[in-house]
Design a protein around this ligand. Structure first.
Ligand code: SF4
Ligand code: FES
Length: 339
């Protein structure tokens, strides 16, 4: 058994070798290398079982199948759904074919997606916006009108703006896997597909707010944050609380001294580290509800880092409250120890 666990497959992605366990997908092998060679993933989400295979943004070229059978794969493959073979060679950004195909995928995704970034709450955090900048073309060849829908309130905290949805299914998996009562899904086929709540049933359970965090675009937004600010004018700070329902580990988004949004913490691939409950997300918006840790680490390429700051400047409520100060000192000392 121990021997089987030790077996590793050697894969090369854009010329960089990595050894991974059998069964690992090309995408996850690339994530182990990290950096620019990681294919973009709009629908795959490592924490959601069954996700992936819907958007085709993660296409790569397998130029050598394996050591045993070195023939290249005849077509580009979805890296989130293709597992590695020993000796496999993969091209992502080094393949002009992949780069061209990705452009096509972005064009398709944008056929129905409105270019309303200037008023969209997701701007600055939108994976499609990033993809559009990296791979999009300035023009579209599409001559028809985009699909349009009325906005739908999913309860009092979440709004669905179907115009922006790219049908990645992540929110459906969240509802399926995190909550005990899924009331929404994708109805219709092809161009008629849409997220629907079976006549707008309210999504009302402890973990429903996570659909907002997993949505790669601005189709599902937090109504308590909508139009409050541009994300690059906010200051994200990691914080935690003793929560009976979830881990209580979150990011607080400050505007001045006000917490205007609470989200789960996200990793370098834009995925949440741990799903959080609705109480933490929607009902705990005072600094005194939290033990602050440190400024959230933001990728230097993100527009949010335009406001990045190295030194932690605690909000007024912390400066004035000796108990919070002490809690923060202890927490920071613990964090330092872990570094
Ligand atoms: S609403 Fe968002 S998360 Fe749900 S399918 Fe559409 S794009 Fe994906
Ligand atoms: S991330 Fe692979 S198909 Fe969407």
């Amino acid at each position: 058994m121990a021997e089987a666990e030790d077996v590793k497959f050697k894969v090369t992605i854009d010329g960089i070798p990595v050894e991974v366990a059998p069964g690992t997908t090309i995408l996850n092998a690339a994530r182990q290398i990290g950096g620019d060679i990681v294919p973009p993933a709009m629908c795959y989400y490592s924490k959601l079982e069954g996700s992936g295979g819907k958007c085709r943004t993660c296409l790569v070229k397998v130029s050598k199948g394996s050591e045993k059978d070195p023939r290249p794969m005849p077509k580009l493959v979805a890296s989130c759904r293709t597992t590695v073979m020993d000796g496999m060679e993969v091209q992502n950004i080094t393949s002009p074919e992949v780069v061209e195909a990705r452009k096509g995928v972005v064009e398709i995704l944008l056929i129905n997606h409105p270019l309303d970034c200037p008023i969209c709450d997701q701007a600055g955090e939108c994976k499609l916006q990033d993809l559009g900048y990296e791979h999009g073309s300035a023009n579209t060849r599409y001559e028809f009108d985009r699909r349009t829908f009325e906005r739908i309130d999913l309860g009092d905290k979440i709004q669905l703006h179907m115009n922006r949805c790219i049908l990645c299914y992540r929110c459906v998996y969240v509802a399926n896997q995190l909550t005990d009562q899924r009331v929404h899904g994708i109805l219709g086929r092809g161009d008629h597909s849409e997220i629907s709540t079976y006549i707008e049933n309210v999504i009302d359970n402890d973990y429903s707010g996570n659909v907002i965090d997993v949505c790669p675009v601005g189709a599902l937004t937090d109504k308590t944050f909508r139009f409050k600010n541009r994300v690059w004018f906010t200051k994200p700070v990691d914080a935690h609380r003793d929560c009976p329902t979830c881990s209580g580990k979150v990011t607080l988004w400050y505007k001045g001294e006000e917490v205007i949004r609470v989200t789960a913490r996200k990793d370098e691939f834009g995925e949440v580290e741990e799903f959080i409950c609705n109480t933490c997300r929607f009902d705990q918006k005072k600094t005194s509800d939290w033990i602050l840790e440190e400024p959230t680490e933001i990728d230097s390429r993100s527009v949010i880092s335009a406001n990045h700051y190295e030194l932690f400047n605690p909000p007024k409520v912390v400066k004035e409250n000796p108990i919070l100060q002490q809690q923060n000192r202890e927490q920071l000392a613990r964090t330092e120890k872990l570094k």
